[in-house]
Design a protein around this ligand. Structure first.
Ligand code: NAD
Length: 277
């Protein structure tokens, strides 16, 4: 049985839908990415975002600053983009170099243009179950579960990781689907006690081989958000070879949540366009 949740395939489907809508409605949503410094990983992520945008007909612009500029320069640029009616999405590529106040910079973005869903207003609206822009990676996890017909209502979900970017928004999205959610983190004792009971295990810790076969029950659904490098090889947080033998569905790394995250950025940019028009 093929039990692989292919983020590569699912993202193709989602990107296809977005491209069709943009073509049919003859619209031109646009995304601006702000980068400060020259972080190597960020350069790769931004290149992927640019390519994905251009493939579906979203206008992409990168504004790149040297890391010696002052915070005010970035803030003033965001204020200018906030007022530019031709710009629908604004994304500040994280991490910012040390010394930059991430919270202050992110919260300068107008919430309706905040395609990463990280402003206070979007975070608050997510908790209150109001319409809002949701962070791309948690959204990608939910899209994958939906596309593979995993019904979360009344299911036990064990989530490992409580970051603002992934874990915390996922708690809200899972609760909204009526799942019973258990959250584990670096200070949790005996995580296995919780993962063993779970119908769905979602792990976003950044720790290779954190979830092993003895920690999950037969038929579990496993979503691996982690991206790690071990001996120069990309891997997630799950011991994939052994856990995949017990799982009814499982995401690989690479080719799982990653590609879907990029597709969800396109989805959010289109949604931002719709909110603004
Ligand atoms: P983070 O470092 O901000 O948070 C990690 C979380 O995991 C923390 O809440 C911590 O308590 C928990 N944790 C760490 N070690 C643990 C352990 N041994 N046991 C239990 N919990 C533990 O990271 P993040 O930004 O949430 O990212 C998590 C992982 O997901 C990273 O590998 C990151 O690269 C990856 N990521 C992937 C995508 C994607 O598109 N696939 C997007 C964002 C992040």
């Amino acid at each position: 049985m093929n039990n692989i949740i292919s983020g590569t395939e699912a993202s193709k489907v989602l990107r296809g839908r977005i491209r069709m809508q943009i073509e049919k409605e003859r619209i031109a949503p646009s995304l601006v990415v702000i980068q400060v410094g020259d972080n190597k990983a960020s350069n790769i992520y931004i290149r992927n975002k640019k390519k994905a945008c251009e493939e579906v007909g979203i206008k992409f612009e990168l504004i790149k600053f040297n890391e010696t500029i002052s915070e005010d320069v970035v803030i003033n640029e965001i204020k200018r983009l906030n007022e530019d009616a031709l710009v629908n999405g604004i994304l500040v590529q994280l991490p910012l170099p040390s010394g930059f106040d991430e919270g202050k910079i992110i919260n300068t973005i107008k919430p309706v243009k905040d395609v990463d869903g990280l402003t206070y207003e979007n975070v608050g609206n997510l908790v209150l179950e109001n319409e809002c822009l949701v962070p791309c990676t948690p959204l990608a996890v939910m899209e994958l579960l939906k596309m593979y017909n995993v019904n979360l209502s009344r299911k036990n979900v064990c989530l490992i990781g409580r970051s603002n970017l992934v874990g915390k928004p996922l708690i809200q999205l899972l609760l909204k689907q009526d799942a019973t959610v258990t959250i584990c983190h670096s200070k949790s004792i005996d995580i296995k006690n919780y993962t063993k009971m779970a119908d769905v295990v979602i792990v976003a810790a950044g720790h290779p081989n954190l979830v092993t076969k003895d920690m999950v029950k037969d038929g579990v659904v496993v979503i691996d958000v982690g991206i790690n490098k071990e001996n120069d090889v990309l891997c997630g947080d799950v011991a994939f070879d052994e856990v995949s033998k017990k799982a009814s569905l499982i995401t690989p790394v690479p080719g799982g949540v990653g590609p879907m995250t990029v597709a969800c950025l396109l989805k959010n940019t289109l949604k931002a366009y719709e909110i603004q028009n």
